[in-house]
Design a protein around this ligand. Sequence first.
Ligand SMILES: Nc1ncnc2c1ncn2[C@@H]1O[C@H](COP(=O)(O)OP(=O)(O)O)[C@@H](O)[C@H]1O
Ligand SMILES: [Mg+2]
Length: 153
Amino acid sequence: MNTDNYMELIFPATSQNEAFARVCAAAFAARLDCTMEDISDIKTAVSEAVTNAVVHAYTHQKGKVILRGEISKNTVTFEIQDFGKGIEDIQQAMQPFYSTGNSEERSGMGFTVMQSFMDRVVVRSQPGHGTTVRLEKTIPVNSMEAAANVALS
Ligand SMILES: Nc1ncnc2c1ncn2[C@@H]1O[C@H](COP(=O)(O)OP(=O)(O)O)[C@@H](O)[C@H]1O
Ligand SMILES: [Mg+2]
């Protein structure tokens, strides 16, 4: 079965679009042999990245967020891109508990959560121009189902 696929969504950086983005990401990944846990991990990681675009990237205006998805074999990759203020020191930003946000609302654990739920997290950022977070997860192939798909194709 050839599962290669891609998608791109553009939406304003608003809090109601956090839920929209995570549902789209889950629906996109669902064609792989995902368990409920895989789907939940993907939703959580994408949601953290989109929330960061909403909360940190655009403080004064509602900018644009792009969510890209790509499936290649049994690996799904998402990119969450904003065109906001960017991150000066990515390594520091990715440290557990580091946050420039309001300490009552932000835990500083967003990147740590993304890293624990996905296989690979890569952050690229240019201060003043924006940030792109790349999240990658490989879903083990269910061999019984794969055999059935080959038999049927
Ligand atoms: N898209 C972004 N644009 C600008 N700054 C960001 C972005 N994403 C993360 N950051 C910075 O990285 C820090 C850590 O992010 P995160 O681990 O999600 O924790 P939190 O969101 O709770 O602060 C944020 O406080 C912010 O300073
Ligand atoms: Mg966060």
